[in-house]
Design a protein around this ligand. Structure first.
Ligand code: MTE
Length: 321
């Protein structure tokens, strides 16, 4: 798998590179807590085989927006994935995503905005100081992880396109390339994968555009080179490998809602009180936890209620699921 990450290394600007000793010191500081947390676990519960790879990024840790839980291992985060463009099994993306070419990469911007056009990803990234935020990711399949993302607030990117007063939603589109994404040769979803947010959700300070994890350039299977992360929503909202952003006046469609409208809505806010028609959303399994560990209760808005519940005041969250 290492060669996959290294191919993405070349185009990173020197200013984006963290000196190794800075990163190592940070890791060492965290090491104490890690060792303590691991002391109670069975040997082998956390793998030592996969280490973070890819080019190092320069970033500032954002503790205000980071959870205090222990992050999942790099191996868990990069081998247990949902990325149907590369297959349906959890390890399909780590095995198949090497065929995705992430540079050069451009993002087309259209719709209700003053600044539209096609932008080179490098040019967009040069304007964005990067932060590390440790977020919970809660998948609609009732498993969860804790991931140290590197990225920048989506709001800062959207502002540069000067959305008009008619822009009420933001729509996102993943790359469509059956040659690079073998899963798109099978019609499990209506390709390309699309997602959307209400504009106030898109502008919320927790909503992150992600370009890395564990301090390094994002591995392809995690949505390189640019993905969305909306931590209070089920994981399917966090669309990967984005090539288009459109500002719209009406609610955009989203892939899982198109595929199964009774099971997946537009809002997809994590809600332990509203079950999926085929399974409970009241609890979740933390990936990487020892087999004997209990499931943990799922929190409203995935634990981010204090920050985001106001966005939905007066809305029936059972109807707008
Ligand atoms: N984006 C695209 N383009 N295709 C996908 O299949 N899966 C979604 C989301 N983004 C998906 C996607 C789902 S269901 C989840 S849970 C998260 O990505 C998983 O992100 P991870 O693999 O980095 O943990």
């Amino acid at each position: 798998m290492a060669h996959i990450h290294r191919t993405a290394a070349a185009p990173i600007a020197p200013s984006q590179i963290t000196p190794e000793r800075v990163w190592l010191t940070r890791r060492r500081l965290m090491g104490g807590a890690l060792t303590a947390a691991l002391a109670g676990l069975a040997p082998g519960a956390v793998s030592a085989t996969a280490e973070p790879s890819g080019a190092k990024l320069a970033y500032t840790p954002n503790s205000r927006y980071s959870v205090r839980e222990r992050p999942n291992s790099f191996e868990d985060i990069t081998t247990y994935n949902n990325f149907y463009e590369f297959g349906l099994q959890k390890d399909s993306a780590s095995e198949n995503a090497g065929s995705l070419r992430t540079r050069p990469w451009s993002v087309a911007v259209g719709g209700e905005a003053e600044v539209r056009g096609t932008f080179n990803l490098e040019d967009l990234l040069r304007e964005q100081p990067l932060e590390e935020r440790i977020y919970r990711l809660r998948c609609v399949e009732a498993w969860s992880m804790v991931i140290p993302w590197v990225g920048f607030p989506l709001a800062r990117l959207l502002a540069r396109f000067k959305p008009t007063s008619r822009a009420r939603y933001v729509a996102f589109t993943t790359l469509y390339s059956p040659a690079q994404m073998p899963g798109q040769r099978v019609k499990v979803l209506d390709w390309p994968y699309v997602e959307g947010l209400r504009i106030d959700e898109a502008m919320h300070p927790l909503t992150l555009m992600v370009v890395g994890l564990y301090g390094r350039v994002l591995p392809n299977q995690d949505g390189a080179p640019l993905r969305l992360v909306v931590p209070w929503k089920y994981g399917f909202k966090s669309i990967k490998s984005i090539v288009r952003i459109d500002f719209t006046a009406t609610q955009p469609r989203n892939s899982w809602n198109i595929a199964a409208p009774d099971e997946y809505g537009f809002y997809a806010n994590v809600n332990p009180r509203v079950d999926h028609p085929r399974w409970s959303q009241a609890s979740e399994r933390r990936i990487g936890a020892p087999l004997f560990a209990a499931r943990q209760p799922t929190l409203p808005f995935n634990g981010y209620a204090a920050e985001v519940a106001d966005l939905y005041r007066g809305m029936d969250l059972r109807r707008y699921f």
